[in-house]
Design a protein around this ligand. Sequence first.
Ligand code: ADP
Length: 558
Amino acid sequence: MTNLPAKSERVRLPNEFIWTIVFICIFPTVLNSLGFNFGSNKVTLHPTIGLDLQRVADVLQLSLAGSFLVTILEWSAFWTAMFTVILAFTNYKITGDVTTPIIGTVLFCAGAMDGFHTLIIYQSLNGRQIDPNLIPLTWAISQLFYGLLMLITTSLFVAKDKRHIMWEREKGFGFAITISLLFCIIAYGVISLVVKSPHLPTAIFPYSAISRPWDTGPLVLFLITGIFILPKFYKRHESIFSHSLLVSIIPQIFSQIHMAFDSTAIFDNNFNIAHFLKVISYLIPFCGLVLDYHRTYRETESINSRLIIEIANHKATEEKLKHQTVELKRSNEELQQFAYVASHDLQEPLRMVASFTQLLKRRYKDKLDADANEFIDFAVDGVKRMQGLINDLLQFSRITTQAKSLERISSNSALETAINNLKVSIEESKAKITYDKLPVIVADDFQMVQLFQNLIGNGIKYRGDKSPEIKITSCEHDNKWQFSVADNGIGIEKQYFEKIFLIFQRLHTKNEYSGTGIGLAVCKKIIERHSGELWVESELEKGTIFHFTIPMNLGKAN
Ligand code: ADP
């Protein structure tokens, strides 16, 4: 698996790369100090050459070497910019990061300007003698436009006021490209004008400290962009590409220094070095993009391998879970079977104990002392309670072991049957039961009656001092029927909302309210069997609402 850089590590060009760039920028000057000259030889046709064609050709070739070299360098810059913009757009397609194509377009425009200015110069010559100011001026204009474009675009990306950063949206993308192309056209127009102009201002002052003053403008622009704007831009849009833009300003600055302070003639040593450094400066963002690709590839690869491991882990966990579910189902079934068998089979001996203790009580009532009578009473009472518990347990286990299949039934009829079963306690307590017309559902008829009966029965039982008012309603919710049984009884404290659904869990003693604590556990089990949910909502002294849902896999109630 490929190791990713740590999160805190900044995404940037490697230090070795930056030092290499600095070295490349300084190296020509070092070579110069060692006596090496990069200038193109100035050769003039001397009459002594005569008609020796071979010599004429040699001299001509030598005299053209300078312009050949510059043309090669300018076109190299153009093609580097071209490849960079293609890569930048591909990057945009992959990452959706709008900064890359915009800056890519700026680079492309700069490259195009370099191309134009070389092209225009050669086209416009038409046999005319070349004005010595033309090439320095067009160079300065191209660099000035590039510097301006870079400064404006990156400044807009780092603008603090979010409203101005329309660049980050799709709309800004088109806008930025239009601006860049517009700049390109203006640059083309200005260069053409300069080329066609019969009188050009002096561009080279060989004996002055600033030999090419026109080139100080771009130099200042590059310095401002490099020192103030690009570091912020990199911080805000951290990528190898944005870092490479920052680094690319180094050779641009060196290039402009060579031009503005040291170049005293076209094709001289500093002139050629400046052209070479410009190509280097265009190559850096190109390398930045390539390295960004490499990084993205590594990241994707790492994510992929992590994903593969995670999928494998997931599969293993899934298998384990499946196994555990099967195990759980089996032990659950065993337990249910055990509860059923135990409660069923215990009934018979218990009935025997009950009848014989009762017999004992009847027969020996007057023959034993008061203590013995009391003990017999305790035994009878205990046996009765045990019978009650065992009956409840049997009822509980029957929910799954002896369940009927689910059918389309009227929940309204189930409710009415439940009310009918509770007739005596309803009359005794003078309970007022109201209900909406309930829907047709898919359920176990018998269990629905049991469910309503338990809930309404509790509403009556836990009424407190008030005469009970119980309301049963239903509504449609998320493809389920939601039923509610609301009463005006004693209510339940919030902390017991979970506990009351557990088997044999009660909140009251049998002296306060009779019962075994199985009713709600039975309701819960019935609802679970119907793939629904049962929960409670209650406020002490105000009343309780039991809600339950039944999935609506049949249409609405008629
Ligand atoms: P039981 O009624 O036999 O105690 P249940 O399982 O039906 O068993 O209820 C468990 C507990 O929940 C009860 O002891 C009671 O405290 C509380 N409870 C149930 N229904 C209501 C209700 N409608 N109002 C207030 N308390 C209730």
